[in-house]
Design a protein around this ligand. Sequence first.
Ligand code: ASP
Ligand code: MG
Length: 417
Amino acid sequence: MKVFKFGGASVNSIERIKNIPKIIQEFAHEPLVVIISAMGKTTNALEKVVDAFYENKQQQALVLFEEIKQKHIQLAQEIIQEHSASCLADLNDLFTEVEWLLHDKPVRSYDYYYDQIVSIGELLSTKIISSFLQELEIENTWLDVRDFIRTDNNFRSAIIDWKITREKIQSLQFSAKTIYITQGFIGATDENESTTLGREGSDFSAAIFANILNAKSLTIWKDVEGVMNADPKEFLNAELIEELNFEEVIEMAFYGAQIIHPKTIKPLQNKKIPLYVKCFLNTSLKGTIIKDGKMNNLPPIIIIKKNQVLMNLKTKDFSFVGDKPMKFLYNLFGSLKLKPNLIQTGAINVQLCMDENEIKNQELALKAEEIFNVEVQKGLTLTTIRHYNETIIDTLLTNKLFLLKQQTQETIQILNF
Ligand code: ASP
Ligand code: MG
């Protein structure tokens, strides 16, 4: 058993969609589960529908939704002929579900509606691709992943119920005669309400399937060569890393490298399932393999995180932060679901570097003011270098003014303007 995952960029045009059957036939010589994201920027477009709906701009929500609808219909009509009627009927059922909801007034939480509406993106893309494969006489079975991935009702970042999900996935008799096509990013509660796992969550969905099915490997097909040691858009001499281990990738994802959804690694590592990151634009490229084991001689890896906020906290009554204030602060992180990217403590002050999230950060600052004086600086950049050497420090960090710096033997981080 193998698992493939195709992201939004790999299905954002007819040309790219036509790549999928080729890749499947070239690389899958055994039972296969294919996880697919919504096409291109569909998720962003659906988010706008939710916003309009929740602001009671019903007409606007319907107009925005109509655009998404027409795009999918047009695409389906262009690539599917023989099976077009059944495909369009399936798409229409999905459209109707959303439109029916959009005709109501919002009475539940924003996050609830977000999941009911946004989850349609992956349902549409997989329906179209499944019909397209059928058209090419590639035997395939479309699965509604909401019948398999069970989550709690923490809408927009739903937590997987592993026990039920395992039972459901294992109850399926996977056959080698057909390819299974299903959705990433979404799941359902025990009340059959749709949920989503957090933006870019399709990688995680693929890893869940790989784990439960004890897959031989998971391959994530992307529009880049593989995992690079820096963002090639910012660093012209960024180079491909052919081999990485799980530990390195989980660290890279934590520091902000946008390669793979951070939750993807654990299910794979736990079963030692190798992860291949390969380029769907040129399948002959080697790509990157991520696996278990020790790793020496990694090149310096550079990760840049923009839109950072620095919060300077100083205890009002001069108590040491190590006593109660730190505990107070960690409780706040927990209740606000905030994860600082960097924390540095002194005797009576704490410095926090966080992602810019206006609402949550304001709430944190407000609550922290109970015992701290709070100062906030915005618009900062956090540069992290793993496996640094002198040359890289010289070129990237020397003579740079910084607000905060942290260094271990493996990692150096600098926060600056
Ligand atoms: N379609 C979702 C998103 O754009 C999930 C994914 O692509 O992984 O965030
Ligand atoms: Mg994506």
